[in-house]
Every structure is written in structure tokens, then in C-alpha cells.
Ligand binder design. Structure first.
Ligand code: ADP
Ligand code: MG
Length: 741
């Protein structure tokens, strides 16, 4: 269906005509024998997960694997060999010819290097083979991946190792099928060169700390504790006809030029509106592919901005959710092309309307003695459940209070800087929203001693049995808060639409692990000194309620008052990516990552430097796109129009007529002059920065000098777009890209 001959002839009117005339692509998922389509039939059919392993492995092996997953032990050679064999058989049965270790380097993308299932026997006979050493690790020699200096390029060796907690899957393409093995990526010396390793370490640490606290609280017999995540993914769909005419979208995933359309999102007429048939067809098809890949897509709807949509999966264990989010974005990109769409996950593809966020819903699950899972943040109806709930909620607040800056750094990036603090997404100040009921409880706990006599005050004398009952309260929501409690989980709303969630979840896990550990130590200190557990809990809870007061904020996070107020409360306000990265680089701000065993000093520094470099490169690509478009598209188009006006004025004057277009010609001429000035100023800024040889300083100057200079040039260019002849304007406009489909 998608052929290049359907592409426009490189001009805007034919692109518009093509986009406007498209019909929904028909997509009919295969049905069961009775003619009905059942998600449950196809769900996970392209994954080699636990269900498949139970089918394919001897029972003893399968049970061993389950125990390993439960206790986090390492895979032994024998079991790995059995799994490698079964996975190969299954993959080949399903048409796979190649396998790849699929991993997440620090680029924020995924990487794969394919190998054929081919081995030659000594006599040259070809055999399809995949043995355990290939399953457990491979050596991609990927010296071009950023390592932030952790691995000199001459020491190029990097190893990928299977993450057994995330199922292998089959990726199909028109040219063949590949078995993908979700993997961690480490250097020869054991440094984490990827986003996954830190996440897995943080999961283990956090699980251990919570489990230890549970034991002290007398919650006996609990098994594994793990973090759960459900990322809500926002995206834009733009007809593919427009892409080739917009070098900025093509190169940077974001428009660096474009006047606002006459109608934006002010009517709220898109949000939760009915989904157009063409878009619905796209959603059906990508969801279907994701079901096959075992990604539990659940929700779809129109988002706030025109052309914007959202999809949300059912939550999973964090490392699986992180893999699945990457996979979902990849599948959506591929399926979009079949529907003649380009999909944009960028944090700000279009100025003036909302950009793409990725809300990270996060909670913890603990395995009960009976094998079922308990949501650690589910408020309870009995005092003992409330202790667990209130302590963990207090610990989470303390984690955010202490590491708000590190969390801000974990979601930093050139794209997200356009969202954070820009009156749309949450601000760059990270605070916690609890909702009226819960905030009231913590505020009263904080002032407990002064309130003896009322219900909450009594808890001091009466102990834990009288901790307040906490009922789940879903009634009040605050969409402006970056970190909100939403009934039985938390929602970290500051993550950007295109970002990998692994790093922010890693930082969050580590911050909470540290808070739980410290809280637990305080409780133990008191019990060692003779207090009862109940008394110690009440006392620690009170003290933490006082300490975390400054991070609780229920008001409007977008207001200027809050910026001032947050400052007086001592919350960091890290406006731009380089500020956030410099903050994280300071040892006192990242010591918790080292203390919790999540990263080494080198690994933290590497992450900061890779992100700073990436920031400079991203803005550099936008700068080059903008410069090229100004020089080769905007200035020539405006000059042509200006010349036409001049000729028609000359003709009128020589015919002895009035020439009212003189006013227009003057306005265009003035703006064109201003544009050329801004363009030169922008180039001068860029060239001055190019001489700086300190990476962090370069990033800082890019943020505070280059980005504003580009913005200034853009404003003039956009004013010329609406002053010029539309028929001679070569770039698809915001109105066309956002509304024609
Ligand atoms: P809300 O109404 O708060 O937006 P939803 O039930 O629609 O909540 O869920 C939004 C997202 O949060 C979904 O991706 C969902 O899977 C996820 N979510 C729900 N419960 C949890 C949990 N315990 N841990 C992590 N994510 C969760
Ligand atoms: Mg949402």
C-alpha cells in the first residue's frame, strides 16, 4: 500500500491533496474458527515467556527457572542450555532465521545486532545452531555506542547478557523473522553501558529493603518485592506526505519553524473526542501486533492537542514495562508507515500546543505468603495495613524531598526542556501531591503533639492501633503536579514522550530504597533501645511527616507563586537540562545511587556526560535544521514575495495609480531584515560556543544562549509566514499537519 509513487512531487499543494484524500487502511486481525477475534488467543504468541517455557521445558527445569526468577539467583549452565535449545526450536518453528541480543544503550534507543542460527560443522555441513553461550552472552564490539568515557574506544569490547526476567520475542519484518533476546549490556570490566543494568540493580535493592522492613513490622512469610510500572505514552500522528517537505521534522523530530494555526487546542474539542477511522485503523493494527508480542495495551484515546493521542498498557514489573515501552514505540513507528502516518514521540513537536509526555505510574508489589501479590501502596482498612501504607508513603515523600534534583536530572533532555515549566507539563520543580485526605493525615501527624485530644492526637498515647483509617480516595486529582499519589500508586508525570523510562525508574527506585533503609534503621534503633515496634513506628512516622512537609504541595504547580514558594521551601528549581545534570554530577546529590549499589561513581559520571553530549547534539541538529531552512526555504520564499510586491508597486506607480501594497512591502522588508539579523546573531552564538571545550559548559551555553537565539529567529520567521503569500510558502503549515488527515 505504501509506495514511493504515492509521495507528493515535493510541493505543498500535492502533499495536502494526497493527505486529504487518504482512506483508512483496512486491517482485519485473524479470527478464531468461529469467526471471532479474541485477544486472548493471540496474546503473547510471538514471545517465549513462562507460559511457553512450561510447555517446552522439562518440568524440573521449568520449576528451577521459576525459583531463580523468584529469588533472583543466577542461571546455571545446564538450565541455560535447556532454555537455549527450547528457544531455538521454538523460534525456528516460527520462521526465525536470526537471533539478536536486544539491548538499551545509553542513546535512549534500542540496539540489535543480528546473527544467523547458522554454524558450520567440521566437514562444512551447515547446521542451525544456537547454544547456551550465545544465549547467555554475546560480544557486539559496539565501540560506537556512547559510554561517557567508561570505555576507551580501543577497548571496544562490550558484552550483552540475557535478562531472564524479560521474555524473548520474535520480531517480524518483510524480510524475515528474528528472535530478540532482551539483554543487559556491560563493558569488559563490568560497567553498565546500558539503561537496563542499573534498573535491574535498583529493583533488587528496593525489593530487599522493603522486604526487610516488612519483616520488622511482623509481616511474615512474604516473598519477593518488586516495582511495577505502567507508562502512559502520548504521541502525534502526521500524514506522511508532509514529512519530506519538513526537514526539521525529518531530522529533529520537531518543527523548529511554523506559525500557530488559527485554532489550536483551546476548544478542547479533540481531547477524548471520537477517534477518526484512519487513526482507529492504525491503533487496531499496532495494538494487535503488540498483543502478539505480549505487550498488554489497554487504553487508547485522543489527547489534548490536535493530532495527539495516547496509549496506556496494563502495568508490569518495571524492567518488563521498560522493554515493552521501547518495543511499543518501535512497533508504532513501523505500523504508522503502513497507514501513511509519521508518529512523533518528541516532547515538543509543535510549538504552542501540548507536547508528548510519558506518565510513569509506579508502585510496589509484594508476594504474599499465599503467592498472590499485594500492592504496597493500597491503603488498608485495618491498622496493620495502614502502618505499612503510611510508612511507605512517608518513605516515598522523603525520597522525593531528598532527591528531587536527581529525579529532575533523570528526565532531562533537549525535548523535555520545552515541556517542563512551560505551562503545560509539570514544572521543573519536583514536589508531591497527595490529595486532600492523605495530606491532611500527614500534616496532622506532623503536628501530632499539639493536638492531643482529637482523634489523630490520640495516636500518640494509644499507639499504632489508632493510626487513622485511610480510605482510598480517587476524587481529587491535580494534573499540574509532577509526582502525584493516585489512589494506590504514584504517577511521575515529568518523563518525556520519547525518553526511555529505565533511567527515571532506576533513580526513583534507588531514592525510595534509601528512604526505606533509613526509616527502617530509625525504627530498629528505637526497638533496640527497648521501644515496642508500635511505638517506634508512630514516632518515626511523626518525625518523617514533619521532615517531608516541604515536599507536599496541593496547589497549582504552574503558578509563579509556586516557583517563589518552592524556593523558600528549599526545593531545587533546575530549569534546564545542563542545570539538572550539573546537579546530579555533584557527589552529594548522587551518593544515594552509589550507596544503594545501583551505580558506581564512574557509571553516574558516564550517564551525566552522555546526556550532556546528547543534549548538545540534539540542539545542534535543530540548529542546523533551522539554519538550513531559513537560508534555503524561508528567506528565498519571502524574497520572492517581496520582489513580487515591489514589481506590482512599480507597475502601479508607473500607471499613475495608488500603491497600497507599499505598506505590506515595507512590513515584509522590515521583517526580512530582522530575520537576517537574527539569523546572523544565532550563527555568531553557535560559533562562539563551538570554541568552548568543556562539555558541561558547552551544554550550559547552548541552553542559555543558543536556544534563545534560535527562538528569537523563529519568532520572526513565523511572523513572515503569516505575512507572506500562502501560495508561495513551501513548508507545510501547522494547520495542514495537525488537521489534515
Ligand atoms: P488513572 O485513573 O489513575 O489514570 P488507570 O487505572 O487508568 O489509572 O491507570 C493508568 C496507568 O497506571 C495504567 O498504565 C495502569 O496499568 C497503571 N497502573 C495501575 N495500577 C498500577 C500499579 N499498581 N503499579 C503501576 N502502575 C499501575
Ligand atoms: Mg494522561
Amino acid at each position: 500500500m505504501s509506495t514511493d509513487s504515492e509521495r507528493p512531487n515535493g510541493d505543498r499543494p500535492s502533499a495536502r491533496a494526497l493527505a486529504g484524500a487518504r482512506q483508512p487502511r483496512t486491517f482485519e486481525p485473524p479470527a478464531d474458527a468461529d469467526g471471532r477475534v479474541r485477544i486472548s488467543t493471540i496474546y503473547g504468541c510471538r514471545t517465549f515467556g513462562l507460559r511457553k517455557m512450561r510447555e517446552k521445558l522439562p518440568l524440573a527445569d521449568y520449576e528451577k527457572l521459576q525459583r531463580i526468577l523468584e529469588d533472583g539467583a543466577t542461571l546455571d549452565q545446564e538450565l541455560a542450555a535447556a532454555i537455549a535449545h527450547a528457544a531455538k526450536e521454538w523460534a525456528i518453528e516460527n520462521g526465525a532465521t536470526h537471533f539478536t541480543h536486544w539491548f538499551q544503550p545509553l542513546t535512549g534507543l534500542t540496539a540489535e545486532k543480528h546473527d544467523a542460527f547458522l554454524t558450520l560443522a567440521a566437514d562444512g555441513t551447515p547446521i542451525e545452531r544456537f547454544d547456551l553461550s550465545q544465549l547467555i552472552q554475546s560480544e557486539p564490539d559496539a565501540s560506537s555506542f556512547p559510554s561517557g568515557g567508561m570505555r576507551a574506544t580501543f577497548e571496544a569490547r562490550g558484552y550483552t547478557a540475557w535478562d531472564i526476567s524479560s521474555p524473548m520475542f520474535l520480531m517480524e519484518s518483510p524480510t524475515g523473522t528474528t528472535l530478540c533476546i532482551p539483554s543487559a549490556y556491560l563493558s569488559y570490566t563490568g560497567h553498565a553501558l546500558d539503561e537496563k543494568t542499573g534498573l535491574l540493580r535498583s529493583m533488587a535493592t528496593l525489593g530487599r529493603e522493603v522486604r526487610a522492613l516488612y519483616a520488622t513490622l511482623g509481616r511474615e512469610g512474604y516473598g519477593r518485592v518488586t516495582a511495577t510500572v505502567g507508562p502512559e505514552q502520548e504521541y502525534f500522528l502526521i500524514d506522511r506526505a508532509f514529512g519530506p517537505l519538513r526537514p526539521d521534522l525529518l531530522m529533529a523530530g520537531r518543527s523548529v519553524l511554523g506559525a500557530p494555526p488559527p485554532k489550536g487546542q483551546q476548544l478542547d474539542d479533540h481531547y477524548f473526542g471520537s477517534i477518526s477511522p484512519r487513526v482507529a485503523a492504525f491503533m487496531n493494527e499496532f495494538e494487535y501486533e503488540l498483543y502478539e508480542l505480549g505487550v498488554p495495551v489497554k487504553t487508547r484515546h485522543n489527547e489534548v492537542a490536535p493530532g495527539q493521542y495516547e496509549m496506556a498498557p496494563i502495568f508490569e514489573e518495571a524492567q518488563v514495562a521498560a522493554d515493552h515501552n521501547q518495543l511499543a514505540m518501535e512497533v508504532m513507528r513501523q505500523v504508522a508507515r503502513r497507514h501513511e502516518f509519521d508518529v512523533f514521540f518528541h516532547e515538543k513537536p509543535f510549538a504552542g500546543i501540548n507536547g508528548n509526555g510519558k506518565h510513569i505510574n509506579w508502585s510496589l508489589a509484594a508476594r504474599r505468603p499465599d503467592g498472590s501479590w499485594e500492592n504496597v501502596f493500597e491503603p488498608g482498612d485495618t491498622p496493620s495495613k495502614n502502618i505499612r501504607f503510611l510508612l511507605m508513603t512517608a518513605a516515598t515523600q522523603r525520597a522525593i524531598l531528598r532527591h528531587a534534583g536527581a529525579l529532575r536530572a533523570s528526565i532531562s533532555g533537549a525535548g523535555n526542556d520545552h515541556r517542563l515549566g512551560a505551562n503545560e507539563a509539570p514544572p521543573a520543580i519536583i514536589s508531591v501531591f497527595l490529595g486532600r485526605t492523605l495530606k491532611g493525615i500527614f500534616d496532622r501527624l506532623a503536628s501530632g503533639a499539639h493536638q492531643v485530644g482529637d482523634a489523630e492526637g490520640e495516636l500518640i498515647s494509644l499507639g499504632v492501633a489508632h493510626l487513622p483509617d485511610v480510605k482510598r480516595d480517587n476524587t481529587d486529582r491535580n494534573r499540574t503536579s509532577p509526582f502525584a499519589f493516585t489512589g494506590n500508586k504514584w504517577e511521575f508525570r515529568a518523563c518525556g514522550g520519547s525518553q526511555a523510562i529505565s533511567f527515571p525508574v532506576t533513580v526513583l527506585n534507588a531514592a525510595v530504597a534509601e528512604a526505606v533503609r533509613d526509616m527502617h534503621a530509625s525504627i530498629r534503633e528505637m526497638t533496640d533501645a527497648g521501644s515496642s515496634v508500635d511505638d517506634a513506628v508512630v514516632s518515626v512516622l511523626q518525625q518523617m511527616s514533619v521532615e517531608t512537609g516541604p515536599v507536599r504541595f496541593e496547589g497549582n504547580n504552574y503558578s509563579d507563586d509556586w516557583v517563589a514558594e518552592a524556593e523558600s521551601r528549599g526545593l531545587p528549581h533546575l530549569r534546564k537540562t545542563p542545570d539538572a545534570l550539573a546537579h546530579l554530577l555533584a557527589p552529594q546529590n548522587h551518593r544515594f545511587l552509589i550507596d544503594t549499589g545501583v551505580f558506581s561513581e564512574d557509571e553516574v559520571a558516564a550517564r551525566v556526560h552522555v546526556r550532556a553530549e546528547r543534549y548538545v547534539m540534539d540542539v545542534g541538529i535543530e540548529y542546523n535544521s533551522l539554519l538550513r531552512m531559513l537560508d534555503t526555504v524561508v528567506v528565498p520564499a519571502v524574497s520572492r514575495y517581496h520582489g513580487e510586491l515591489a514589481r506590482s508597486i512599480a507597475a502601479a506607480v508607473s500607471a499613475g495609480l495608488d500603491a497600497p501594497q507599499l505598506r505590506r512591502a515595507e512590513a515584509v522588508g522590515t521583517a526580512l531584515g530582522a530575520l537576517l539579523d537574527q539569523r546572523d546573531a544565532m550563527v555568531a552564538v553557535f560559533e562562539a560556543i563551538a570554541d568552548v571545550d568543556d562539555g558541561m559548559e558547552t551544554a550550559r551555553r547552548v541552553a542559555y544562549e543558543l536556544v534563545p537565539a534560535m527562538e528569537a529567529a523563529r519568532v520572526v520567521a513565523d511572523s513572515l509566514e503569516v505575512l507572506s503569500d500562502d501560495a508561495g510558502w513551501p513548508l507545510p503549515t501547522y494547520s495542514e499537519m495537525l488537521f489534515v488527515r
